[in-house]
Design a binder for this molecule. Structure first.
Ligand code: PLP
Length: 425
């Protein structure tokens, strides 16, 4: 394979002609495929349908502590659900509150609460001249949308293969206006990497100037391994912070959205007692109790952490061939051409692709014109602005293998064509 940058102009023009012909043929096929969102596939959702048979009309709806899940009460969630999610995160159930069906909502509320009422007695952010947030990027678009929604200034923190650039993070937290950092520590969205021990250690030992600075630790993919024998591991952050006498510094979020049903699972916040007490103060105003029937359904279905792990092995059997198909296609079609790099995750929902500078939008548009929708380019950065126009999030979970084959091949064709056009500029 000759890297494209070593080709002369004539060779590039010849190549462009050839690729354009292939692209026109692909366009003629009238495709309509979507690789934009990290949604579980129908197969994965079907797999969890037996959860719907857990209850019948004459079922005992009390949990193991005698709480009638059909009635109000038990604001923190039933104990067995707190234990289930706590075990998943490696956190004591006393430090877990179970919320409703989605964790994004819990994250939004955490920011909203800090904005309107302040964190544990600190000045509400709405009364401050300036509030800033550190945003490791590429990152999860919906995190950035929350902070943008509240008018919080977002600061790009470059991601490395080990996690966020911690030199920069340590520097920025000296500014009292910096109130938080968004983190997806395991199988990150979109890179699929896991923060190293060193990054976690430094994160848990930050010395922020703001007393209400929090690490927003969205552990959405903590059990989402693709392989049995090759798995990333992540240190338990609450314990690490506690060991440093900084246990109030982290708020950890998770859900079963990509374990049971997306947007219809159970979600949680894990944090220090002081943080949970602060959250409960406003929770009592917000809600009388969350859906404990759904909590009990999850507990009865999974039983314990082993039940969750078993379920995730089944998910992996569906996900793994899709990841491998995309990675094989990228390697076969683009390997050695010097026009793109990509991550090779061991878990999670995404592969992150970086094109040559200034090509991502063109690739996105070409795919779209040929009937393949990718995640909107730029979405993985604060304000939807990718400074180098390189990053594309590939989400292989939803399409079938057959669809994915066509999509991945078209994607690589568009990468080649956009790169040749760039080099000819
Ligand atoms: N956090 C991350 C990092 C995600 O990628 C997603 C969904 O894609 C979510 C949270 C959403 O989780 P939930 O459905 O619990 O709101």
């Amino acid at each position: 394979m000759t890297p494209y940058c070593e080709l002369g102009r004539e060779e590039l023009l010849e190549l462009k002609k050839e690729l354009t012909q292939k692209y026109e043929d692909a366009k003629g096929k009238g495709l309509k495929l979507d690789m934009s969102r990290g949604k579980p596939s129908t197969d994965q959702l079907d797999m969890t349908m037996p959860m719907m048979d857990i209850f019948s009309s004459h079922c005992d709806m009390k949990d193991d502590q005698g709480v009638d899940t059909r009635n109000y009460g038990c604001l923190e969630g039933i104990y067995s659900a707190r234990k289930l999610l706590g075990d998943m995160l490696g956190v004591d159930p006393e430090h877990v509150i179970v919320f409703g069906t989605a964790s994004l909502n819990v994250m939004y509320d955490s920011i909203s609460r800090a904005y309107t009422h302040g964190i544990m007695g600190s000045t509400p952010w709405c009364r401050l001249e300036k509030v800033k947030f550190l945003c490791p990027a590429p990152g999860y678009d919906r995190h950035f949308s929350i902070t943008e929604h509240f008018g919080i200034e977002m600061i790009n923190i470059p991601m490395t293969m080990e996690g966020p650039d911690m030199d920069l993070v340590e520097e920025y937290v000296k500014d009292p206006a910096v109130k938080g950092i968004w983190c997806v520590p395991m199988y990150t969205n979109p890179m699929g990497i896991t923060y190293s021990e060193e990054v976690c250690r430094r994160m848990a030992d930050l010395s922020p100037a703001a007393e209400d600075f929090r690490v927003y630790w969205d552990n959405a993919y903590c059990v989402h391994h693709l392989y049995e024998d090759k798995q990333d591991t992540l240190p338990e952050i609450l314990g690490m912070c506690k060991a440093n006498g900084k246990e109030d510094m982290v708020l950890e979020f998770a859900s079963t959205s990509k374990i049971s049903f997306a947007g219809a699972g159970i979600s949680c916040l894990a944090a220090s007692k002081a943080n949970l007490d602060w959250v409960k103060k406003s929770m009592t105003i917000q809600i009388i109790s969350h859906d404990k029937i759904n909590q009990l359904r999850h507990v009865r279905y999974f039983k314990n952490l082993d039940g969750i792990k078993e379920q995730m092995r089944k998910h992996a059997n569906i996900m793994r061939p899709k990841f491998e198909l995309v990675l094989e296609t990228l390697e076969r079609e683009l390997g050695g051409l010097g026009i793109g790099t990509w991550t090779k995750p061991l878990g999670g929902y995404f592969i992150s692709f970086d094109s040559m500078e200034g090509c991502a939008k063109a690739i996105y548009n070409k795919c779209k014109e040929a009937g393949v929708t990718l995640t909107t380019v730029g979405a993985t950065y604060p304000y939807k602005k990718d400074p180098h126009d390189t990053n594309i999030r590939i989400a292989p979970s939803y399409p079938t293998l057959e669809e994915l084959k066509i999509t991945a091949e078209l994607f690589t064709l568009c990468v080649k064509l956009a790169s040749v056009e760039k080099l000819l500029e």
